[in-house]
Design a protein around this ligand. Structure first.
Ligand SMILES: [Cu+2]
Length: 200
């Protein structure tokens, strides 16, 4: 209850910003707060709104393009995506691996009325904006796409490169191994059989 309320308060002023920047009349107050249900995926996990490191604004248009469509983030970063539908038809932004998105797009083509509400996606009516707060915990190349039937295939997709942060993830194990090796070298008198210095 409390984090949700906090997220809403934080999100509120943001809904006014795109309205001021955009061209022409529209309803800038239609703003969807993020879904903060906790999920863990191959491409990261639900972000904590109090730990957002960066806000990235993405616009989706009827030309079947996202702008920007190429992002680089650092492993561990929590990104607040403020997504705006600048078109006249429904659009959405779904984060995922390319494989997952392709599969999901295929299902959407077969079952267009299938509905999803996950923390890594936001569905937007024309003129509406909304948020996804996501932490990228795994280095690699991931994607986002609009899975409204036909849109993904038409090129409504983008790429997110997550650059490894050596302090996180697998970096921790190798640092431990390095420290153990260094300790051994620094004290050559210590019997080498004196316990297993595991690298985990
Ligand atoms: Cu779309």
């Amino acid at each position: 209850m409390r984090p949700l309320l906090a997220a809403f308060i934080v999100a509120w002023p943001m809904s006014l910003l795109p309205a001021a920047q955009a061209h022409g009349p529209h309803d800038g107050r239609k703003h969807r707060p993020p879904n903060l249900e906790k999920v863990d995926k191959a491409f990261g996990r639900t972000g904590d709104p109090s730990k957002v490191t960066r806000t990235v604004r993405i616009s989706g248009r009827d030309t079947m393009r996202f702008s920007p469509a190429d992002l680089t983030v650092r492993q561990g970063e929590t990104i607040r995506f403020v997504v705006r539908n600048d078109g006249k038809v429904m659009h959405e932004l779904v984060l995922g691996t390319l494989e997952e998105l392709q599969q999901h797009a295929e299902w959407m083509r077969r079952f267009p009325n299938m509905e999803h509400e996950e923390p890594y996606m936001v569905h937007l009516a024309p003129g509406q904006s909304g948020e996804v707060i996501w932490q990228f915990t795994v280095p690699g190349e991931f994607h986002f796409g609009c899975l409204v039937p036909g849109h993904f295939e038409a090129g409504m997709k983008g790429r997110i490169r997550v650059v490894a942060n050596p302090v996180l993830g697998s970096g921790r194990g190798s640092r431990g191994a390095f420290a153990a090796l260094h300790a051994q070298r620094a004290s050559p008198l210590r019997p080498p059989t004196g316990g297993q210095v595991g690298a985990g």
